[in-house]
Ligand binder design. Structure first.
Ligand code: NAD
Length: 371
């Protein structure tokens, strides 16, 4: 199969979807891989590194889409990329269609087949192509938060690990999922005092028993949150927002130490952190009621080399299956991939998106039998 690797167009997106060592696996399996010029440059993977693995370099994104059947990307299809897809294409990327109506319409109108990384789910119910980025987001969030707590960046000026006779930072984390646990692990590793808060007691029990025995755990409710944030140096929000969820409301900012920091890794403006707004790697901080806030939505992109490798290592086995068998047999033979099959030749097969936009949902088995 002809497999295409375009360069990402999204602002501040530096990752590339397949790293050279994994491209080699596709070439060894007999596939032709076409890479857009400089697709991996920002992540530290030059055209020469791809050429050494037996790929061909194409000069534009249009050429990649014209030449190839299977398109592997990192981010969604942007409006500037509308018109590139057609009914010959199979797309594999992060899509998040349920909050992107124009892209959903484009994918349907193009009649392509599209698998969404975020919906690929293994037999244990784990979202295996989200997890690697969640881990990195927790770690980059922690490093970013610690950096922006220094005196030189205008922060509290407390050293994360303290020093003999002086206490370490107190870090409070909301959410003991993949992001929260990786954030907590690194914070503990650096010597901070860490309080991990969740509404799921069984999860906290498992983390204490099996993962992070030195973390302090606390049930997440308004009273406990109000108490814990009072002397926190950094608060991290690692809870996926849903309508109606507020963990830290605007009035609670007054409880916090002046100049302390909130890092909203969920990065949902007005979400679980009511005062949250989007910020960027270039302009990361805003201040409300004397509390510094960070709300960077694409944290892994700042460490694009590691993040590209982690993403590519997780996706490569699925890419090989699609390329070796074709989209239909790959989805039929592998339930994980079938979960991620969201668009099939003009039919929408992902319930959340159908519900979000009042669009018609078609059963996956039905479309698999149709084509
Ligand atoms: N900013 C970025 O670059 C970036 C990157 C990856 C993921 N994320 C986001 O990080 C968030 C967390 O991802 P995850 O994979 O860890 O999610 P997850 O679903 O694995 O974990 C969320 C945890 O929050 C807990 N929770 C729910 N309500 C709570 C409450 N009121 N108080 C405390 N805990 C509560 C849940 O029990 C669960 O343990 C998601 O929104 C994800 O989109 C952001």
């Amino acid at each position: 199969m002809k497999i295409g690797l375009p360069k990402e167009r999204k602002e501040n997106e530096y990752r590339v979807a397949i790293i050279p060592s994994n491209v080699g696996r596709l070439v060894d399996a007999g596939h032709d891989v076409y890479v857009e010029h400089d697709a991996g440059k920002a992540a530290g993977f030059s055209d020469e590194m791809y050429l050494e693995k037996g790929t061909r370099i194409l000069s534009s994104e249009e050429e990649v889409f014209k030449t190839c059947e299977l398109i592997i990307k990192v981010k969604e299809i942007l409006p500037s990329e509308f018109g590139l897809l057609n009914d010959k294409h199979i797309l594999f990327t992060y899509i998040h269609s349920a909050n992107r109506r124009p892209q959903t319409e484009e994918l349907l109108n193009s009649k392509c087949v599209a698998f969404a990384y975020e919906d690929v789910k293994d037999q244990n119910g784990r979202f295996v192509l989200l997890e690697p980025m969640s881990r990195i987001a927790g770690e980059v969030g922690l490093i970013t938060g610690v950096f922006y707590s220094s005196t030189t960046t205008g922060g509290l000026g407390k050293l994360v690990c303290g020093t003999p006779g002086v206490k370490p930072m107190k870090i409070v984390i909301f959410g003991a999922g993949n992001v929260g646990v990786s954030c907590a692990r690194l914070a503990l590793g650096l010597g901070a005092e860490v309080v991990l808060m969740d509404t799921d007691i069984h999860k906290l029990e498992d983390i204490l028993a099996n993962k992070l025995p030195t973390v302090k755990t606390c049930f997440s409710n308004r009273a406990n949150v109000s108490h814990e944030i009072k002397d926190a140096d950094i608060v991290f929000n690692c809870v996926k927002w849903f309508p109606g969820l507020t963990i830290l409301s605007r009035d609670m900012l007054e409880l916090m130490q002046p100049n302390s920091l909130i890092v909203d890794i969920d990065a949902e403006p007005g979400g679980a952190i009511e005062s949250s707004q989007y910020t960027t790697h270039q302009d990361p901080i805003f201040v409300e009621k004397g509390i510094r806030h960070i709300g960077i939505a694409n944290l892994p992109s700042s460490d694009a080399n590691t993040a590209s490798a982690a993403l590519s290592n997780a996706t490569i086995k699925y890419i090989l299956q699609i390329a070796n068998k074709g989209w239909k047999a790959a989805a039929q033979d592998n339930e994980d991939l079938k979960y991620g099959l969201d668009f099939v030749k003009g039919y929408l097969t992902f319930k959340d998106t159908a519900d979000a936009f009042g669009m018609e949902l078609t059963d996956k088995e039905k479309v698999l039998a149709m084509f």
